[in-house]
Design a protein around this ligand. Structure first.
Ligand code: IMP
Length: 423
């Protein structure tokens, strides 16, 4: 039995939460493997909208077990709020939400450091969600971090104090005016820790490998997108974890030969939130329409997302890096009503046409080269079968399949669980 992966192929916000939720009935275990509360996974069903930040998107199903893996970073304050939302919705999570002892904790001062670091960058800022993600992963790789398992040890508060004192010195170095009340932040932090401690901590790598031997079905849920990967994304405008397939191995302790299907989620167009290069970005009415019809605002920060045409060069790169076996196309419904659609198939890069993603995709080096497609008028949001889809959309889908060499097995035509066409 293998572990299937579900990953975003663009700059995040592809709709992973919805698809995990749709697929959960096929799986015994859903496991998040990287990122933290910088993610916002939106699920809509029975007329209600739920946004998850750290908790795997299988939590609303009765039977699935949900694991927060070792590769994830947890902010106890945000995590407590997520649990309280589940309480409000009468979701019984105590027995079906398990936390890896090796997951790292986001401390209040990690968030302050994130803010100081971003401010110090001025115009070159990353556009971070300011959730303390970068500083927490820095402490992880710097071998200074505090892990969930430490909470079971007597001396964790001393470790916490020592690390916090160090952070305060680094904050002094930034010499940037940030107003905060550490005592107040710590009150919330300790309340979050108590809530976290009410859950079951596990040695998740052992748990998952035992589950594999017992033929349990497992879906690994990614956060953010491949173009935000710390190694393969548009560095430095990236997040601080490996969002690509390899991240699932290190973020869960699952060997590469245990990986089965790799589901790659992408939008029928492209969006990006935060700073950084975006070759197919639109600054015209078409971009505005995508933003308006697609409700393109960040689920975590509420920031407007930048919108543009589908970039097949970048999509093929993500398919390759991840070894995607099935594609799932989201938000096709948002493109209804466009006369002409464009898809970027190559770039003019430093005067030459290239079909791969070059090292530097800053606007001064890159001009996208587009293929054009006829649009469609029909509203897709009530459609439930492939036969109902307009021919021009099917041509669009065909083209993407041919270019990537990977079948599109799900076409999503709206945010609700029910608005999902399986091919
Ligand atoms: P950070 O990971 O919060 O520091 O943010 C780094 C970059 O990744 C910024 O451009 C963010 O906007 C972007 N980012 C982080 N998480 C997400 C996400 O879940 N969706 C989309 N963009 C994200």
């Amino acid at each position: 039995m293998a572990v299937d992966l579900l990953l975003g192929l663009q700059w995040g916000d592809e709709g992973k939460g919805k698809i995990v939720d749709v697929l959960t009935k096929k799986y015994d275990i859903i496991a998040r493997f990287q990122g933290g509360p910088n993610a916002g996974h939106t699920l809509i069903f029975n007329g209600n909208k739920h946004v998850l930040h750290t908790i795997p998107s299988g939590i609303f199903h009765k039977t699935a077990l949900n694991i927060v893996g070792n590769g994830v970073v947890i902010d106890p304050v945000i995590f407590k709020k997520e649990l309280e939302n589940l309480d409000k919705n009468n979701i019984d999570y105590e027995k079906k939400l398990l936390i890896s002892r090796k997951a790292h904790l986001i401390l209040p001062t990690h968030r302050l450091l994130d803010a100081a670091s971003e401010t110090s960058k001025g115009k070159a800022k990353i556009g971070s969600t300011l959730k303390g993600i970068g500083p927490t992963y820095m402490d992880k790789t710097g071998r200074n971090g505090i892990r969930v398992g430490d909470l079971e040890l007597d001396d964790w508060k001393e470790k916490y104090q020592a690390l916090t004192q160090k952070h305060l010195k680094i904050l002094d170095y930034f010499n940037i005016q940030i107003s905060y009340d550490l005592k107040e932040l710590e009150v919330e932090f300790y309340k979050g820790i108590e809530k976290l401690k009410s859950l079951q901590f596990i040695d998740s790598e052992d748990y998952l490998n035992t589950a594999i031997k017992e033929n349990k079905t497992i879906l690994a849920e990614g956060a953010q997108g491949s173009l935000l990967d710390i190694d393969f994304g548009t560095y430095p405008f990236v997040t601080s974890s490996n969002t690509t397939a390899a991240g699932a191995c290190t973020g869960l302790g699952v060997a590469p030969n245990k990986i089965g299907n790799v589901y790659g989620i992408f939008k029928a167009y492209t969006t990006r939130v935060g700073s950084g290069p975006f070759p197919t970005e639109l600054f015209d009415k078409n971009g505005e329409t995508m933003a308006r019809v697609g409700h393109e605002f960040g689920a975590t920060t509420g920031r407007p997302r930048r919108c543009g045409w589908l970039d097949l060069v970048a999509l093929k790169y993500a398919v390759q890096v991840n070894g995607v076996t099935q594609l799932m196309m989201m938000k096709g419904d948002v493109l209804s009503g466009f006369d002409t659609l464009k898809v970027c198939t190559s770039y003019k890069y430093k005067g030459k046409e290239v079909t791969h993603l070059p090292y530097n995709i800053e606007p001064e080096n890159i001009t996208p080269i587009y293929s054009e497609f006829k649009g469609w008028e029909a509203d897709l949001t009530e459609m439930t079968t492939e036969e109902e889809l307009p021919k021009n959309l099917l041509d669009y889908i065909d083209f993407i399949e041919k270019e990537t060499g990977v079948p599109i097995t799900i076409v999503s035509v709206g945010p609700d669980r029910k608005q999902t066409i399986i091919r």
